[in-house]
Design a binder for this molecule. Sequence first.
Ligand code: CDP
Length: 230
Amino acid sequence: MKKITIAIDGFSSTGKSTVAKQLAKALGYVYVDSGAMYRAVTLYAMQNGIISNDHFDVEKLIADLDRLKINFKYNNAIGFAEIYLNGVNVEHDIRTLEVSQWVSQVAEISEVRRMLVFQQQQMGKEKGVVMDGRDIGTVVFPEAELKFFMTASAETRAKRRFKELLERNENVSYEEVLKNVESRDLIDSTREDSPLKKAKDAIEIDNSSLSLEAQFEKLYAFAREVIEKK
Ligand code: CDP
């Protein structure tokens, strides 16, 4: 059976990665978390004094981009690939609220986007990939056979993210998380380069009141339909 490309875009904490992983597993496809790549660049900037307190040296980050090696390695134990920054597994470190507070400013930089989009296109060139992010259906794979656009209310999303951060023992308040979700949505959807927007041919899914199972069944049914027609 022919393989397709599945693009999943949407606002922060809409559960894109959960359903993308489920789909990849069910179809035997590769899952790529494009947001993890923007987070890894942000972590690099934080570790190297490029971002500190309220200061962000954009020129220095651009100058350093060719020193950054980002790649994914499959982890058998968990059944998914984990992200590495210059040879170090940073899967855990990229998911802090601190990284979330800077990542959208890093993702606005065209030089950063150009580098990461190129890598994403390389990873997906054989198809058989489920990739989630903000510009996958619009910029990275405009020809993807199946595109989803996920939405949910800001409060629902902040609650989900707050719970995740608490489970990781992060010392954060619900208000901080909600503020971050809202501010990233605003930056992501109003930036000049590749703003977050629904691709014309994307299927919109509001999952505010969908269980994880119901959501998966819904997307999986669309995927089967498209794949069977191939
Ligand atoms: O927190 P959440 O899982 O929703 O976000 P993420 O997928 O980890 O992405 C983190 C940030 O990276 C987003 O808020 C965007 O600023 C940026 N991003 C992007 O610009 N383009 C992508 N394809 C993916 C993420």
